[in-house]
Ligand binder design. Sequence first.
Ligand code: ATP
Length: 463
Amino acid sequence: MAEKKEDNLMEKIVSLCKRRGFVFPSSEIYGGFAAVYDYGNYGTELSKNIKNEWWKAMVQLREDIVGLDSSIVMSPRIWEASGHVSGFSDPLAECKNCHARLRVDHLLEEAGVFADEKMSEEEINELFKANFDKIKCPSCGKHDFTEAHKFNLLVKSNLGNFASDWDKDPVYLRGETCQGIYVNYKNVLNSTRVKIPFGIAQIGKAFRNEITARQFIFRTREFEQMEMQYFVNPENEMTEYEKLRQTRWDYYIALGIKEENLKWHKHENLVFYAKEAYDIEYNFPFGFKELEGIHARGEHDLGSHSKCSGKKMDYTDPETNETYTPHVIESSVGVGRTMLAVLTDAYTEEEVEGETRVVLKFPPKLAPIKVAIFPLLKNKPDLVEKAKGIYDKLKQDYMCEFDDSGNIGKRYRRQDEIGTPYCMTVDFESLEDEAVTVRDRDTMAQERINIAELDKYLEAKLK
Ligand code: ATP
């Protein structure tokens, strides 16, 4: 059973992230910039490790999936074909009392009423009005709202457009990375040796004018997505889809996420082209919410681009000569959302000798720093030199930190808060026996390990 999270867990995670340099609010010295964040030293490492693990699972270990890095700004015709220009919108209303901008589908959901994303403005407003008495503004608690209207989430730009009325035919910052995959489907097919079924994987930035974005890095206006689109014979779409669902569940378990914090959510109201859609939800500090979407999308994506571009997107099977437009199944997850799940899973408070120890129990492969090396005392050149020697050697293979400031207890606390699995201390005995004390983050057990054996020791523990 998944536990209910502690009420102020989110504040604790946000505060730790700022204090230790994982995540900073953007543009802070200018009063901030809503729903955008910057990653500090440890946040950058953590996000890099998350992306590397995803890439390893989705590309490196797969003969049937290849990588892509498409551009953020593309022809605006792409977003017309995909339906984003006309339909990529959320219902927005304003609280008349405090002027908070609110997502009406979320307000309804909190009141136990399901609002379908296909609903027209009129239908949403009917539902909204019918449930007014059950809905309160989350900011001020009052009941007085404007009508809902559909707000398009695409972010416009004038890149490459020098006309004064550029707004008439704007370009867009991509709202999802997968459109870059669909429009390169033929290029990939013609330039690599892939055969159906095959996938194209991409990690990159996406932008959405999210209406409400109050949940730290869970929902931001600029974010990174990790997406894999898998092209299949229409006959095999659902069997391949089931395989992908299993693969993605197993991936999170192998990543080290606690299984009780994950669950499936099946979409009951599908968009017209979808065959089936599931989300993997994670038990965030504010409850179970979407972490990743895994969808069977039928012929829609390649079909629409073929129709709007006039270019054929079909595939001829080299063995059977059968020709068809491939169907697409997709896996799509945000880097920031994964990072918040990993931080939530790792955040631990323990009572140790009457004090609270805060420790991020990251799976070692995700930990920003793998090993910290300390000389017992900063003013003893022999100790410093020996510790530096170990640091210089280990940093060739691992992200390491050298720390000689403050007492050892304080250094342990700092490394616990950034989730470093192993700390090594060089003491006076080390000068005699060529060994160091290695302390394990989770058990806090200490053992003496020969300096010459450290490579082997870490390889067994970390790789
Ligand atoms: P939500 O219902 O939470 O708005 P969505 O269904 O619109 O999400 P998708 O368009 O399916 O999300 O995007 C796929 C994945 O990209 C999501 O599961 C999530 O991990 C990530 N993602 C989407 N929007 C954001 C955002 N604004 N900030 C961070 N991550 C996001």
